[in-house]
Design a protein around this ligand. Sequence first.
Ligand code: C5P
Length: 245
Amino acid sequence: MENQRQPKMPEENPIIVALDVPDWPAARELVDELYPVVSFFKIGMELFTAEGPRTIEAIKAIGGKVFLDLKYHDIPNTLKGAIAAAARLGVDMLTIHISGGTAMLEAAAHAAALAPNPMILLGVTVLTSIDGDTLQNELRIKEGLEDYVVYLGKMAIESGLQGIVASPREVKGLRQALGKEALIVTPGIRPSWGTRGDQRRVASPQEALALGASYLVIGRPITAASDPLGAATRILEELSGHTER
Ligand code: C5P
């Protein structure tokens, strides 16, 4: 389909739009409006639980890319099967809890390597809803939160994952620790002209890329905008140095 307001793209479009909606009709409307200005879409637990693999198949059918964000955490054999199934659906990127341990991560990396198309495996370090106090006193992990996040990030890369998910406040340290090849995918993105919603530690798209993010996961600043295509276009224009509106 033709979009009238297609901006000049940055060399590689770093935006992944989070389809945090309850059903496929709502997701489809967003995909139809945004594609191909945005071609990478994140399907999370809510949409996948409600609508299943057809969400992935529909996005793949129009040439889009899918980030399946189900945050897998299970025994190595089960994970292998789940990743092979995701590969058959054409999933381009998916998330795994690093705290599942090296054997699980290596099994996942092995299964992804057998996939017919390249699949990016991302590790989840510590959920941003968990603070230092919860980590130490409830989960009884005595290491400080920031050090623990870096430790898990290294474990993910050493086990064969391609990258990690990190909040804007973690990106700089992780980029230093993990080197330039690791992919860092960053939610909590808010353009200066958007509202924060419930995200506390936010960065603008430009700031997140400058800190070292590889991809930006953006939900409500685009999906809840009165003009989602206009919001996505504006973000891409700002990223590629275009300021005219
Ligand atoms: O609407 P918003 O831009 O806040 O959406 C961000 C997306 O990134 C959501 O799908 C949310 O679940 C996800 N996410 C996050 N913070 C994390 C991990 C994932 O906001 N630490």
